[in-house]
Design a protein around this ligand. Sequence first.
Ligand code: ADP
Ligand code: ADP
Length: 229
Amino acid sequence: MSELQIENISMRFDLPNGTHVQALKNVSMTLKEGEIMSVLGPSGCGKTTLLNIVAGFLAPTEGRIVLGGKPIKGPAPERGMVFQKGALFEWMNVRENVDFGPRMKGMPKKQRDEISDHLLEVVGLRDFKEKAVYELSGGMQQRVALARCLANEPDVILMDEPLGALDALTREKMQGLVLKLWKETGKTIILITHSVEEALLLGERLVVMAPRPGRIHKEYNLPFAEMGV
Ligand code: ADP
Ligand code: ADP
């Protein structure tokens, strides 16, 4: 069981002028394997900081992240990140983007192609494999980002407002896709969003964070994700 434990995380940024920002204070939560949790909170309450700590990009001032019983040390493919936008490799085509992780692992081309064929099918981009990233709409680019993340076979997917830059209709379609992926892959997902509606629809659980210093204000169990959008 790859339970994800976020244990007593505090994060303090010391600034060059001698002051500091207490971004997070004693944040703890546990996600069971395969659970999807949404996180809501005002700007600046430390949502992105928390995700970066879980990803291993940032070391917390206090506390630790434990995945499957082992404390994490820095970034690793078991924890994948999907950003709001702009994180694709613009000089690679769609397949090469999805292919990136497996290629870095030295996987043979045939096997890599099978993986990217499958994932691009799943996200509805079968006919766009050879397109350049800049030829795609915003929604399609986020589909590539999801497929690229899945290609690394993460246990945990960290989503930092992945749908935040999309128009309403595309966003709705993508919410359906995120739910489908969650159900079909059984991944553990943390989803940061600014949309209350999205948080309610996509979370089995919802964490509402309080403003600085970021703390958990309240946690709710939700019925909607199980039912589908
Ligand atoms: P949110 O994602 O909820 O909007 P962030 O995690 O981006 O919040 O930021 C939380 C607080 O920490 C903010 O006050 C922000 O200015 C501060 N902060 C984030 N990253 C840094 C950094 N690298 N250096 C200094 N302060 C930072
Ligand atoms: P999505 O919801 O995937 O972002 P859009 O609503 O933006 O898709 O576009 C609907 C459809 O129009 C896409 O599935 C795609 O077939 C086509 N399309 C949109 N933008 C482009 C583009 N820049 N190049 C080629 N086809 C596009």
